[in-house]
Design a protein around this ligand. Structure first.
Ligand code: ADP
Ligand code: MG
Length: 677
């Protein structure tokens, strides 16, 4: 009977390689034994071997959810969490959000039935605020731990603490490189000590998965190029015309660059003869809508070669089959923190050798491949060996706020995997203090500090939103919309028909002299007034999906405020013409309110060309072309975000403020002695 085919068993659509063929399949028993026996299991294996998609399923099979507990799998990136969850749901034949779900900031696709939950590492940290021992989970897998993202590093430290209290919890750490020993030693009790009766040797094991990989031939360019986008386009066309079949994966740094490359390629494709094999270009970056992400994983139609243009997401987090050619720009966009300026920027930086090797390896998954590096061999040799852990190059204010709220009072002596430089900790404490989140003893203030920690916003925006409830600003309704708009990952304005002119015209229609924040507010209001109309968005070059998302985020933020006891609905929505709150008009109250949170991000306009300087006068900043102040004049502005591209620092989301306000709301920072005003 058992051998006969059961007609009632649905035949699974032939959408994917049976997981039984994945290298990890042979290790199922060994993995489950290790997870059962030891608190900590470190899994080392080539990308694509099946760690992320199969380990949670193994645990599910073995009954780790039998008592109603869940399995959590954390990812450093949202896009990885959502796409892998979709994949595992499909493999298990369930709807996403049922047995398998995901949870990322402002988007929870889980239900009471969810047993396997993919989430970002940052979100699991947040869950600890309400469930400090993470009791709802029986197994927690920290995926891509070798990437050393800020949140995953902190998460590992906290899980180590949790394991000291819970001997039923199992932690699985997955890593593509050989940082395994380091992770194992980090969790293990000290020599001679025991945790729950287990000594260092009995605490954990490393399980290695032999991946099948094929040789990858590496080619460098001979002459260095200063335009890797053009070089990438040339390389793609060369592969397409002179190399055999096989899809291409191109590593670039960001969305705009990827879109530009696709535009450039479009022109070249138009020139191709119709007899030639077709070329299908697909983008892959964070913030791409889920359905668009899925195209990337689908097989190319017949007589078509797929070209995927990706950020470093495809380096390890997600695996795309059938890639034979990799083109590596040699660059990556990383968040770095300039402790001197006290500002965080997104910089385009050379990759590390470890990243370059990882990228090349993506070409040899199904058969021998080729990797074209758009840099010289000398350049490769000069690269850093490995990427610095994020914790050593980040603005630590957000995590320190989280740690303090979790009751970890000594953030200097915290058990970090790699301790950050003390200057970064000091900077973070200073910033949190100036925002009013800490008192002079570096304790969280109540309720301001704890509320800031609870809000799922960066500390500066959290402060801004909380200020808006104060009577002198009375603009909580507006600020909720502004904050919601600022959390969007994709641009609000999009050219539906590819016309940049239409996009600019639409932008101008909503823009106001006070700046980008109020402009965003206008967009949000107009969208809501239109009844969330798709047509309205088409006519105004607006991104409908993003705006729908903003509405949802706004609701969630409002729910936090209600929990804090702020009656959001009672605050009348008044038009800008209405004078209230001491006779100060609404737009000014909003700009003042922004200054209470963003004061550390102030700049003064320098020239007519959209240039600004920092408060100390030492650094030149440029208004992002999307800003109202790209064309208009201002004196002082505060801004939300900063990004560096090719040596130029751009600031985004600017609003006009007055120096007096900065002095009033942040006297410590603007060091004005009494009487000087
Ligand atoms: P690892 O975590 O070890 O890098 P994964 O579990 O992510 O490996 O991937 C295992 C295999 O599952 C891949 O080789 C690929 O064939 C397939 N796969 C993973 N994600 C997807 C997806 N979203 N769509 C289609 N196939 C996928
Ligand atoms: Mg993986």
């Amino acid at each position: 009977m058992a051998d006969e085919e059961d007609p009632d068993v649905p035949i699974l659509p032939d959408l994917y390689k049976p997981p039984a063929l994945l290298p990890i399949a042979q290790l199922k028993d060994q993995l489950l034994y290790t997870i059962e026996t030891y608190p900590v299991t470190i899994v080392v294996g080539a990308t694509g071997s099946g760690k992320t998609t199969q380990i949670p399923k193994f645990c599910l099979d073995a009954g780790w959810c039998a008592d109603g507990k869940q399995i959590a799998v954390t990812q450093p990136r949202r896009i990885a969490a959502t796409s892998v969850a979709a994949r595992v749901a499909e493999e298990l034949g369930t709807l996403l959000g049922q047995r398998v779900g995901y949870s990322i900031r402002f988007e929870d696709v889980t239900s009471a039935n969810t047993q396997v939950k993919f989430l970002t590492d940052g979100l699991l940290l947040r869950e600890m605020l309400v469930d400090p021992l993470l009791n709802r989970y029986s197994v927690i897998m920290v995926d891509e731990a070798h990437e050393r993202s800020l949140s995953s590093d902190i998460l590992l430290s906290l899980l180590k603490k949790v394991l000291r209290k819970r001997d039923d919890l199992r932690v699985v750490v997955s890593s593509a490189t050989l940082e395994a020993e380091r992770f194992l030693n980090f969790f293990a009790p000290d020599e001679g000590e025991k945790v729950h009766g287990k000594s260092k040797e009995e605490y954990g094991r490393i399980v290695g998965i032999q991946g099948r990989t094929y040789p990858v031939e590496i080619q460098y360019i001979i002459e260095p190029t200063n335009n890797y986008v053009e070089a990438a386009v040339d390389a793609i066309m060369n592969i397409h015309t002179s190399e055999s079949d096989g899809d291409i994966l191109v590593f670039l740094t960001g969305r705009e660059e990827i879109d530009d490359t696709i535009d450039l390629l479009g022109d070249r494709i138009a020139d191709m003869s119709s007899k030639q094999q077709k070329l299908l270009t697909l983008p892959l970056y964070a913030g791409l809508p889920t359905d668009a992400q899925m195209f990337v994983f689908q097989k190319a139609p017949t007589n078509t070669r797929k070209v995927i243009l990706s950020t470093n997401i495809a380096e390890a987090s997600v695996t795309i089959d059938d890639i034979v050619y990799v083109i590596d720009s040699g660059y990556v966009k990383l968040r770095t923190y300039d402790a001197r300026l006290g500002i965080e920027t997104l910089n385009v930086l050379p990759v590390s050798q470890a990243s370059a090797t990882q990228r090349a390896g993506r070409a040899g998954r199904t058969r021998p491949g080729k990797c074209f590096r758009l840099y010289t061999e000398e350049t490769y040799k000069s690269l850093e060996e490995a990427t610095f852990p994020e914790i050593q190059r980040s603005n630590l204010a957000p995590v320190i706020l989280q740690l303090l709220n979790l009751g970890i009072t000594n953030v200097v002596r915290f058990d970090y995997l790699s301790p950050p430089p003390s200057s970064l900790i000091t900077r973070a404490l200073d910033l949190l203090y100036s925002l009013g989140a800490l008192d002079i003893h570096a304790r969280l203030t109540k309720p301001l500090g704890t509320r800031m920690a609870e809000l799922p916003l960066p500390p500066q925006l959290a402060r801004t939103l909380l200020s808006s409830c104060a009577p002198q600003f009375s603009c909580v309704n507006e600020m909720l919309s502004i904050c919601a708009m600022l959390t969007l990952q994709s641009p609000v304005f999009v050219a539906h028909d590819g016309s940049k002119a239409a996009l600019e015209a639409a932008r101008r229609r909503f823009s106001v002299r006070q700046g980008d924040h109020l402009t965003l507010y206008n967009v949000f209001q107009a969208f809501v007034s239109s009844g969330a109309s798709v047509l309205f968005c088409r006519e105004n070059a607006l991104n409908h999906k993003s705006l729908v998302r903003a509405v949802s985020v706004r609701k969630q933020l409002a729910a936090y405020l209600s929990r804090f006891g702020v009656d959001v609905s009672a605050t009348a929505v008044c038009g800008p013409e209405v004078l209230a709150a001491g006779g100060v008009p609404l737009p000014e109250r909003i700009c003042r309110c922004l200054a209470t949170g963003l004061f550390a991000h102030a700049a003064r306009m320098k020239g007519e060309d959209g240039s600004f300087v920092t408060v100390d006068g030492k650094t030149v900043l440029w208004a992002h072309p999307s800003s109202v102040f790209f064309h208009r004049k201002a004196e002082w502005v505060v801004y939300t975000e900063m990004l560096e591209t090719k040596g130029k620092i751009y600031i985004r989301d600017l609003s006009s403020v007055e120096m007096d306000w900065l002095v009033e709301y942040a006297p410590e920072v603007y060091r004005v002695r009494e009487g000087k005003r």
